[in-house]
Write a protein that binds this ligand. Sequence first.
Ligand code: ADP
Ligand code: MG
Length: 279
Amino acid sequence: MTTTASAETPAPPRVLLTHHLRQLKLPTVLREYEKVAAEAARDGQDHIRYLLRLVELELIDRERRMVERRIRAARFPAVKSFDTFDFTAIPSLNKPLTLELARCEYVVARDNIIALGNSGTGKTHVALALGLAACQRGFSVTFTTAAGLVHQLMEARDEKRLLRLQAQLGAVKLLIVDELGYVPLSQTGAELLFEVFSQRHERGATIVTSNLPFDEWTSVFGNQRLTGALLDRLTHHVHILEMNGESYRLRQSKARRRKDPAPSDEPGVDPETGEITPA
Ligand code: ADP
Ligand code: MG
C-alpha cells in the first residue's frame, strides 16, 4: 500500500491518520489521540504539549511491550521476582550481593553467577528473578535446564542445525542453565554443554544453578579434564550464591501442619514432601 492520497476521492483526515499511524507502528498514539486531544482542549494545552503527551504514552507502551516480548522469548517456566522472595528463609544467601546482581551490571560485564545448594532452597526462584530483572533492563535472556539444553543440542546436531543453535546460545545476553547436576550427562552431552559455556566465556553472562558442590561436578560431566576446563571458564569472573539450607517447601508444609494438625490419629505421609508425619 502506498501513502500518497488518491486525487479523485481524498480520504478524510481521520482515515489517513489511522493509516499513517498504523504504517509508522504507533498503536498507542492511534488509540489515544482523540482522548488526549479532548483533554488538551479542556486544559487549554498547546499543540506541542499535546504531541509530547502522545509521544510519551507511545514510549511507555513500547517499553512495556518490549519487556513482555523479552519475557516470552526467555521461555521462563514461571515468572518470579524478588518481591515474592523471602530472604529470611535462606540465611546462607548473601542478600546485598543478590540485590546488587538484580541491577544487572554483571550482564554488562559478562560475568557469571553460580547458585549452589540443596534442593528446594530457592535457586530456581532466584535464577528466574534475575532473569526477569534482566528482561526489564533490556537484555535478551534464555532460560533452560541443563538436561533440556543438552537434549536441544543433541537434537540440533542430529538435524544438522547445531551451528545455528550454538550461534543463538552465544548471542543471548544472559543464558540461565538451571539444575546442573540432577542428571549425569553422556560424554557427547557433556562435550556439547562444555562448548556452550566455552563459547560464552567473556562474551555473555551465564547463570548456573546446581545442587552439587564443585568437587562433585566431575560426576555430572564424567570426565575430570573436561570438568576442570569448564570450571576454569565458568568461575573466571563469577559471583557465587551459597544457597544451602532447609527446603522452603518442606518448611512451609511443616508450618502448615503446626497450624492445622491432622485430624487423624494415624501417622500419615505428607503428599508434598513424602515425609512420614507422626500421629
Ligand atoms: P530449588 O531450585 O533450589 O530446588 P525452588 O526455587 O524451586 O528451589 O523453590 C521451591 C519452591 O519454593 C518454589 O515455588 C519457590 O518459589 C519457593 N521458594 C523457595 N525459596 C523461597 C523463598 N526464600 N521465598 C519465597 N519462595 C521461595
Ligand atoms: Mg530448582
